[in-house]
Design a protein around this ligand. Structure first.
Ligand SMILES: *Cc1c(COP(=O)(O)O)cnc(C)c1O
Ligand code: SF4
Length: 359
C-alpha cells in the first residue's frame, strides 16, 4: 500500500475521534455525520490550530447542517441535466463527468452534499461506460471535466483507463480534472501519477484551495510536481462565511496561489445547497472582495466571481460597477473610485442601418 492510501485509511470518519484531542461533545455531531458523511485525513486535521478555525469549519460536522436552507438538495438541477447517470451536459460544448463517488475529505460546504460519499451516488464500470459512450456519440463535446467526488481517489490504473478512452475520441480536445487532493491529501500527487497524467495532454487541472493556511510545504510540493509535468493549474474557491469572507484573507490566498504557480480561476458565491446555509455570505461581500483585488494586486491574482445559477443556468459572472454608462462617451470608474471618460468609436455602418431600421 502506498503512503497516501495508508493516510486515507487513517482518516477520521466519526466525531468521537475528536473528543480526546479537542474536548468537544461528539454526540450531537454524530447525528450530522449520519446524514452527511465525515472524513478528515490526518494531514488536513494537522492543519487545525483551534476549534472553529477556518480549517476546522471546512472539515468537522456542525449542528448548523441540520438547519433548513433557502432551497434544496440539488439547486443547480444537475440531475435534470444528466442525460446518463453522473454526467451533466449543461453547456453546448463541454460536460461534467463524475467518475468517483468518494473524496479524501468530505467538505462540509460541498455542492454535491446530496450524494457525494453516500449510497445514492452509484458509480460503476457501467455508468462510466455509459458516460464515455455519450461523449463518443456527441461530437460537439470538445471539453470533458472529470469530477465527482474526487477523480484522484481512483487508482492510477482506473484513472488511466478513463483517460485512454477519452483520448481515443477524436472530438475531445481538452480534458480537465477537478480535484481537492493537493489540499487535503497532497501525498496522493506521486511521481507515478504525474508521469501517467503527462501522457494525456492537453490536460488541465483545477484544484480547490479556500484558505491561505492550506498552502503548506506538502501542498506546495504536490503542486510543483503537477506544474513541472506541464499541467496548467487553476483554482476554484468558494466564498465561505467564517473561512475566507474577508478581503485580507482572500487577497493573501490569491497571492499565495500565484507563488505556487496556480492561477485563480473562479470565486464562487455559495450555492443554495441544503445543509450549507451557515456558510453563505451576501453577494455584496463577494463584490467587495473583488473590488479589493482588481487594481490593488496582480491582475492574474483576480478570479472571476460567479454565481452558479439556481435551476441550471450555468455560471454567471459578477463585477463591481466599473462601467457607469455607455454611449458616444463611456463613463468609467477605476479601482480607486475615480471617474474617467473614454470616447467611443463610431458604430459600423451596418449597425447604424439596424438602428435606423428599428426606429
Ligand atoms: C462549471 C461547469 C462546467 C465548466 O464551466 P467552465 O466555465 O467552462 O469552466 C461545465 N459543466 C458544468 C455542469 C459545470 O457545472
Ligand atoms: S472535494 Fe469537492 S466534491 Fe469532495 S466533498 Fe469537497 S467540495 Fe465536495
Amino acid at each position: 500500500m502506498e503512503l497516501w492510501q495508508k493516510m486515507l485509511q487513517a482518516s477520521i470518519t466519526s466525531p468521537t475521534r475528536l473528543t480526546r484531542r479537542y474536548g468537544i461533545d461528539p454526540r450531537p455531531l454524530a447525528d450530522v455525520a449520519e446524514r452527511y458523511p465525515m472524513r478528515v485525513t490526518p494531514y488536513y486535521l494537522s492543519l487545525i490550530q483551534s476549534v472553529g478555525d477556518p480549517i476546522w469549519r471546512q472539515a468537522v460536522p456542525s449542528m448548523d447542517e441540520l438547519e433548513e436552507g433557502s432551497c434544496c438538495a440539488d439547486p443547480l438541477d444537475e440531475e435534470e441535466q444528466s442525460p446518463v447517470p453522473n454526467l451533466v451536459h449543461r453547456y453546448p460544448d463541454r460536460v461534467l463527468f463524475m467518475v468517483c463517488s468518494e473524496c479524501a475529505m468530505y467538505c462540509r460546504f460541498c455542492t454535491r452534499k446530496r450524494k457525494v460519499g453516500k449510497e445514492n451516488m452509484q458509480i460503476s464500470r457501467d455508468t462510466i461506460a455509459q458516460g464515455l459512450a455519450y461523449i463518443r456519440n456527441h461530437p460537439e463535446i470538445r471539453d470533458v471535466i472529470l469530477s465527482g467526488g474526487d477523480p484522484l481517489l481512483l487508482s492510477n490504473e482506473q484513472l488511466e483507463a478513463i483517460l485512454k478512452e477519452l483520448r481515443a475520441i477524436p472530438t475531445v480536445e481538452i480534458i480537465r480534472i477537478g480535484t481537492r487532493m493537493p489540499v487535503v491529501l497532497p501525498q496522493r500527487i506521486t511521481q507515478a501519477l504525474v508521469r501517467m497524467l503527462h501522457r494525456y495532454h492537453p490536460l488541465y487541472l483545477n484544484t480547490h484551495f479556500n484558505h491561505p493556511d492550506e498552502i503548506t510545504n506538502s501542498s506546495t510540493k504536490a503542486i510543483a510536481r503537477l506544474a513541472d509535468a506541464g499541467i496548467p493549474l487553476g483554482n476554484q474557491t468558494v466564498l465561505l462565511r467564517g473561512v475566507n469572507d474577508d478581503p485580507h484573507t482572500m487577497r493573501r490566498l490569491m497571492q499565495k496561489l500565484l507563488s505556487i504557480r496556480v492561477k485563480p480561476y473562479y470565486l464562487y458565491q455559495a450555492d443554495l445547497v441544503l445543509g450549507t446555509e451557515h456558510f453563505r455570505t451576501t453577494v455584496e461581500e463577494g463584490l467587495e472582495i473583488l473590488r479589493w483585488l482588481r487594481g490593488h494586486t496582480s491582475g492574474i491574482a483576480v478570479p472571476a466571481f460567479v454565481i452558479d445559477a439556481p435551476g441550471g443556468g450555468g455560471k454567471i459572472p459578477l463585477l463591481p460597477e466599473y462601467l457607469q454608462s455607455l454611449g458616444s462617451e463611456v463613463l468609467l470608474k477605476n479601482y480607486l473610485g475615480h471617474d474617467y471618460r473614454y470616447a467611443n468609436a463610431q458604430p459600423k455602418e451596418e449597425e447604424l442601418w439596424q438602428v435606423a431600421l428599428q426606429a
